[in-house]
Design a binder for this molecule. Structure first.
Ligand code: NAD
Ligand code: UDP
Length: 353
């Protein structure tokens, strides 16, 4: 029998790509999403890409009763928990919404998991938990600190998972700390579909390239980096998706070893792991790469630094390689090519009306 995984937030950007990777790796999936920041069309497209319907439940992670029904109906091995709100600016103006959705929602999910003795979870954390790093590359033991409610909500959930692991060693809790996910599925059928004007760099660049936006503002050219612009660790979303498969393969292998009785019972506990490429790319380098790949000019202007931004951020990727046997494979050119394919095929994202 196939191992079954509940994917909360599976209709979203990273979730939809991960559903494909999980299916290809032989996992059975059930998607649970309230569609607050996604479109049912993403689920339809994933179903077409994998050649079979996806089991989809429209629901909120704060809805205890609905979660109970879902857990009673399915025998899950574990949960991948993408569901959450992610706009930093909005989190500053609506902190209660962010704490309620991201923190209370996660507590509700964990409570129902405990009721049904499902104790394997992979949580979407973020490099934002490192704040302004003291040294680079950033490894998992680096100090954590956050300055905005979105980041605080991720950090709060990490603390909850740590406390849970300390209280009961039957929990296996992996927090994947993503660096900067970009790109789209190579088919061009699914990708990132921001609601309004994008806050993030790659979707902004790609919308300038298709003339939806006039000009990119580059926030600061006086950082002490290779060309004065910010440096980030951009990672292709399909590489990131494979990282989730590797994390679940690891949890499954662990549980098989425990069940076989050949090893001493081993608890994964709370395991934070970076998912990045380990390489930094500057904002200007990404703009040039995108322009080369798309053949489009990307007009830009330098403006003031954005409040809260740091100069440079890139991951130490040794832990992911050592424990999960996973590393990112795709280049900045691949990330730009796949983003461009999705953006030029679907300039208005999933809104094809
Ligand atoms: P996304 O907004 O595309 O996907 C999140 C999904 O969760 C959406 O489909 C949304 O409808 C759903 N959702 C939100 N609240 C829900 C709730 N209460 N109940 C049920 N479903 C709910 O975002 P994404 O980029 O795919 O990110 C996935 C996760 O990864 C998020 O937790 C995000 O914070 C985290 N993350 C994202 C990035 C990034 O740059 N994209 C970086 C680091 C971490
Ligand atoms: N950035 C920019 N213009 C934009 C959006 C982002 O210059 O319109 C820069 C930002 O200052 C940072 C980098 O691009 O140096 C990545 O920003 P993004 O918001 O994509 O991700 P973050 O690292 O902030 O999570």
């Amino acid at each position: 029998m196939k191992t079954k995984i509940l994917v909360t937030g599976g209709a979203g950007y990273i979730g939809s790509h991960t559903c494909i990777a999980l299916h290809e790796a032989g996992y059975d999936i059930v998607v649970y999403d309230n569609l607050s920041n996604s479109n049912r069309e993403a689920i339809n497209r994933v179903s077409i890409l994998i050649g079979q319907p996806i089991e989809f439940i429209e629901g909120d992670i704060r809805d205890t009763e609905l979660l109970r029904e879902v857990f009673a109906l399915h025998k899950f091995f574990g949960v991948i928990h993408f569901a959450g709100l992610k706009a930093v600016g909005e989190s500053v103006s609506k902190p209660l919404l962010y704490y309620n959705n991201n923190v209370s929602g996660t507590i509700t999910l964990l409570e129902v998991m405990a009721e049904y003795s499902v104790k394997n979870i992979v949580f979407s954390s973020s490099a934002t938990v490192y704040g302004d790093p003291e040294s680079l590359p950033i490894d998992e033991r680096s100090k954590r600190s956050c300055t905005n409610p979105y980041g605080q909500s991720k950090l709060a959930v990490e603390h909850i998972l740590e406390d849970l692991a300390a209280s009961d060693d039957s929990w296996n809790l992996i927090a994947l700390r993503y660096f900067n996910p970009v790109g789209a599925h190579p088919s061009g059928q699914i990708g990132e579909d921001p609601n309004d004007i994008p806050n993030n760099l790659m979707p902004y660049i790609s919308q300038v390239a298709v003339d939806k936006l006039e000009k990119l503002s580059i926030f600061g050219n006086d950082y002490s980096t290779v060309d004065g612009t910010g440096v980030r660790d951009f990672i292709h979303v399909t590489d990131l998706a494979q990282g989730h498969v590797a994390a679940f393969d690891y949890l499954e292998k662990q549980s098989r070893l425990n069940e076989s009785g050949t090893t001493q019972q081993y608890s994964v506990g709370f395991l934070p792991i970076n998912l990045g490429t380990g390489k930094g790319t500057s904002v200007l380098e990404l703009v040039c790469a995108f322009s080369d790949v798309s053949g489009q000019a990307i007009p830009y202007q330098f403006t003031d630094r954005r409040a809260g931004d740091i100069a440079s951020c890139y991951a130490s990727v040794d832990k992911a390689k050592m424990l999960l046997g996973w590393q990112a494979e795709l280049s900045i050119t691949d990330m730009c090519q796949d983003t461009w394919r999705w953006q030029s095929m679907y300039p208005n994202g999933y809104d094809v009306s």
